[in-house]
Design a protein around this ligand. Sequence first.
Ligand code: ADP
Ligand code: MG
Length: 628
Amino acid sequence: MEKGKINVSVDNIFPLIKKFLYSDQEIFLRELISNATDATLKLKHLCDIGEAKLEYGNPQIEIKVDKKKKEIRIIDQGVGMNEEEIKKYINQVAFSGAEEFLDKYKDSAKDSGIIGHFGLGFYSAFMVADKVEIISKSYKEDPAVHWSCDGSPEFQLNPSEKTERGTEVILHIAKDAKDFLEDQKITELLNKYNKFMPVPIKFGTRTETLEKPEGAKEEDPAPTQEVDNIINNTSPAWTKKPADLESEDYASFYRELYPMQFEQPLFNIHLNVDYPFNLTGILYFPKLSNDLNLQKDRIQLYQNQVFVTDNVEGIVPEFLTMLKGVIDSPDIPLNVSRSYLQSDSSVKKITSYITRKVADKLAGLYKKDRADFESKWNDIKVVIEYGMLTEDKFYEKSEKFALYPTVDDSYLTWEELEAQIGELHKDKDGKTVILYASNKEEQFSYIEKAKEKGYTVLLLDSPIVPHLIQKIEQQKDGFSFSRVDSDSIEKLIQKEEHQISKLSEEQQETLKSTLEEQLKDQGFIIQLEALDSNSDAFMLTEPEFMRRMKDMQQTGGGGMMGMGSMPDMYNLVVNTNSEIAQHILDTEDTEQKLSLIQQALDLAKLSKGLLKGEALAAFVSRSYKMIK
Ligand code: ADP
Ligand code: MG
């Protein structure tokens, strides 16, 4: 028997491991299974190149839990280790400045692959075990060895009787980690981290129901048999060539990834590059709602089929974190903090590759079947609009497929929109005004007025629209967006011709001061306008700029920091050519005049969906009195 000291630069690394990585305790299993997988794949390679002269066969990895003995065993049939290798790979923990490092990265360590990447993988066993044994037999002729260590830097190394090739790691589970002795817990971990690993992983057995033999009676039970319970799919769809997959394969892989998800994705994008970096994966476009925050964290990141995290921030461009699916790349440096990731040049390349690939796919779908693309638009627009807003490259590419739906359910590209609105939407200064609505119901009367003029009204209703149109205005010279209810119809797109008011200057003054006096507590800016005599007498509008700033503020960011919650701001447009305006002027009785003004104002509010509660009740009863 040999005794010795594990060669680490700090006196005792185990308390360190426990302390800093405690919250991530569960990754011990992933680390040990990764080692077992590596050992198995190494053997396969040695067989392939003829260096190991043996039958590779169908090696498995087995996980065994013995609740009574408080043991977990991870058994593989891989290359194994001889005495020399154990000394070299296990005892010489090549880890300088461990303490310093872990201290520096203790926050990012939680969701990163730090452990695996610094050769500390094996030692993560001590997060859950107070004693660990390794029994290993190399594929070479050397005798088997038995290593054990109780968490102090001291280890023991003995010969072992083991005859089969491979390694068995035995964890004596510590009291505070006894949850890991539950089958259910292990199943959960295997499902989370190992579901798509490349070597079959066995955890217990399961009962399989067989076909009834011919001639069996109705009441005879179907025969059953015990089979190995293999928990993983060793060749998941993303590892295959796109050409070898049918759409059903993508659909069934989606179900495998998200067993609890019943909604089918709209389409998928298969990522596959090996130069200048290595990346594979499948991204799915799910149906999206307008709630952006709910959608995140559904893409899973793998490294060589080992699950790493579902926080892909910094790797996948932010607008695509709303998608689902998997990304697998050995080239993503996970041993660094998130902020470093964003500045890493290979990660930058990965991010821009993904962006380009998604844009190409969308352009392809649009080209192939426009009607189908239009039918999906409302389910995917949030992602596309978000991408247009945040990634300039994507914005450029989106010209080919971004759609602008109208309130009449037609879908226009920017080019088509420009052609359709032409001169009609140009104001007296030659600026083209694009009219839009955000809600067909609420802005109905405003939309109708615009349509009467022959204007095209877009329906832009996703939450990032205020930000996006802001960006489009910056990009496209000579275009501006105005919501249909942001001004009177005459002023939305202001043309040269002047309307003549039926009221004299003096009458207008009187009307304005009367209204200002009567409505002084209501906070409206009163705006007299000589509109068509058939147009509404009173109308409430919300100036575009202030309203847009407010909307932007509500959906986050928006540049107007520190404005608190901005109040709604309405203008009251009074049509001086309307009969009511004349009527208000002509009415002598103060009470009658007031009730007239109130009634007209309420109608304007009603048109905008603003009349509620007590005010609505008062309006209804006043109206009844009037028609009596
Ligand atoms: P890493 O996997 O990053 O190299 P680990 O601490 O996980 O670091 O493992 C250290 C080394 O121990 C491995 O590189 C490998 O050589 C050896 N090793 C660990 N587990 C096994 C195993 N099950 N079979 C064979 N060798 C192993
Ligand atoms: Mg390892």
